[in-house]
Design a protein around this ligand. Structure first.
Ligand code: UT7
Length: 328
C-alpha cells in the first residue's frame, strides 16, 4: 500500500513586484538581490487572502477527483487569515469537501513536508477520522502564505526575500503504487533565536503586555548555514531509510529560500544543479508553499516521468527540517 501524489495545484496573487520596483521603496538594487538570492520578482497579495490562494491551488490539484472521497485536509501555514477557524476548515467549506477532517499545522518552511508525513501516517493507520465510506482514501495537503503581511519592509536584508502564494497536492492511498517512500523529520533548538515572528494579540484589561508588532526577523548568515547542513541531513537521512542513494534521485525539490542555498546544497550533496527544481527567481521565498509550488513547476516542465524518484526538502523556523523521498 502506497500514498501517491495524484494531483498538484498552484496559485499566485496577480500583483508582481520586481527588484527594480522594490528599489523605489528601500535602499537596494536588482544586481545585489539577483547575485545574493537569485530572486528576480515576487508576487504580493493585494486583494487575495491566504484562503483565496489555498482554495485556488486546491481546486486545481483536485481536478478530476471525487470531492466526497477526500477524508483529510491539512494546511501548513505561518500566515493564516485567522487564528480560528483553521484555514483547512475554511478550505474544506470553500472547495466543498463534505467528508474531510481539517486542521492546520505550523512547521514554517518545512510545513508541507510535515503535512505529507502526517497525512501518510494517518491515511495508513487512522480508522477514527475521515467520515464517509471512503475513510482517508484521499487527502489534500496545502501550503499557503501571505508572508508580505509579516515582512519587515524597512529591513532590506530580509524584505527582498519573501512573497505570497499557495501550492497543493492530492494524495491517494493506492495498494498498487509506492508513492511516498520515506520521510525524515527533524527539529533542532533555535538557541540563538535566528528566526522569529511575534503573534499579534489584544491586551486584556488585567495587565499590560508590549503588543508592538514585531515583523519577521531572521539572522541571514546563520540561517544560511543551518539550511545547507539540514538539507544535507534530511535528504541523506530519508534516502538511507529506503535504501537509496543520492544518485538514485531524479529530481530534488528543495524549499526555495535563496538560490545560493540551493547551489550550496547541491554542491554539498555532490549532485548536479540541473537535478534541482529552481522556482525562486519568479516567486521568492513563500515558506510552506514553496515545496508544492516547485513540485508543480517541475511537473509543468514535462520532464517528470512516472517512476521518477523525487527528494523534497524543507527547513525553517523552529528550527525544523524535513525530507521526503517520493516515487512519482
Ligand atoms: O526560509 C528560511 C528563511 N530565511 C532564509 O533562508 C535566509 C537565508 N539567508 C540568506 O538568504 C542571506 O543571508 C541573505 C540574502 C538574507 C543576506 O545575504 P548575505 O550574503 O548573508 O548578506 P549580508 O546580510 O551579510 O549583507 C552583506 C552586505 C551588508 O553590507 P556591508 O555591511 O557589507 O556594507 C548589507 O548591509 O550587503 C548589504 N545588504 C544589501 N545591500 C543591498 C543587505 N541587504 C541588502 C540589499 N541590497 N537588499
Amino acid at each position: 500500500m502506497g500514498i501517491k501524489i495524484i494531483g498538484v495545484g498552484k496559485s499566485l496573487p496577480e500583483r508582481i513586484v520586481t527588484n527594480d520596483e522594490l528599489s523605489q521603496y528601500i535602499d537596494t538594487n536588482n544586481e545585489w538581490i539577483m547575485e545574493r538570492t537569485g530572486i528576480a520578482q515576487r508576487h504580493v497579495a493585494t486583494t487575495e487572502s491566504s484562503l483565496d490562494m489555498a482554495a485556488a491551488a486546491a481546486e486545481e490539484a483536485l481536478q478530476g477527483v471525487d470531492k466526497e472521497s477526500v477524508g483529510l485536509v491539512i494546511v501548513a501555514t505561518i500566515t493564516p487569515d485567522h487564528v480560528t477557524p483553521a484555514m483547512a476548515a475554511e478550505v474544506k467549506m470553500a472547495v466543498g469537501l463534505p467528508n474531510a477532517v481539517a486542521f492546520d499545522i505550523n512547521a514554517a518552511c518545512s510545513g508541507f513536508i510535515y503535512g505529507l508525513w502526517l497525512a501518510e501516517s494517518l491515511m495508513k493507520t487512522s480508522t477514527g477520522a475521515g467520515s464517509g465510506e471512503h475513510g482517508m482514501k484521499r487527502a489534500l495537503i496545502i501550503g499557503s502564505e501571505r508572508l508580505t503581511r509579516v515582512t519587515n519592509w524597512v529591513d532590506r536584508g530580509t524584505c527582498i526575500l519573501f512573497g505570497d502564494g499557495a501550492g497543493a497536492a492530492v494524495l491517494e492511498n493506492d495498494p498498487n503504487e509506492r508513492g511516498i517512500l520515506s520521510t525524515y523529520i527533524q527539529n533542532y533548538d533555535d538557541v540563538h533565536d535566528v528566526i522569529h515572528c511575534k503573534a499579534n494579540y489584544i491586551n486584556p484589561p488585567f495587565w499590560e503586555d508590549d503588543l508592538t508588532p514585531i515583523p519577521l526577523y531572521l539572522r541571514g548568515r546563520e540561517v544560511f548555514k543551518f539550511a545547507v547542513n539540514s538539507i544535507n541531513e534530511v535528504t541523506t537521512g530519508a534516502l538511507v531509510k529506503v535504501g537509496l542513494t543520492l544518485d538514485d534521485v531524479d529530481w530534488f525539490v528543495p524549499h526555495q529560500a535563496n538560490g545560493r542555498i540551493i547551489s550550496a546544497a547541491a554542491k554539498k550533496l555532490g549532485q548536479p544543479l540541473e537535478k534541482f527544481q529552481i522556482s525562486i527567481d519568479k516567486s521568492g521565498n513563500v515558506s510552506s508553499a514553496t515545496v508544492p509550488m516547485a513540485l508543480y513547476d517541475l511537473k509543468q516542465t514535462g520532464k517528470l516521468k512516472k517512476g521518477d524518484i523525487i527528494a523534497a526538502m524543507g527547513f525553517g523556523g523552529g528550527l525544523c527540517a524535513a525530507g521526503a523521498v517520493i516515487e512519482w
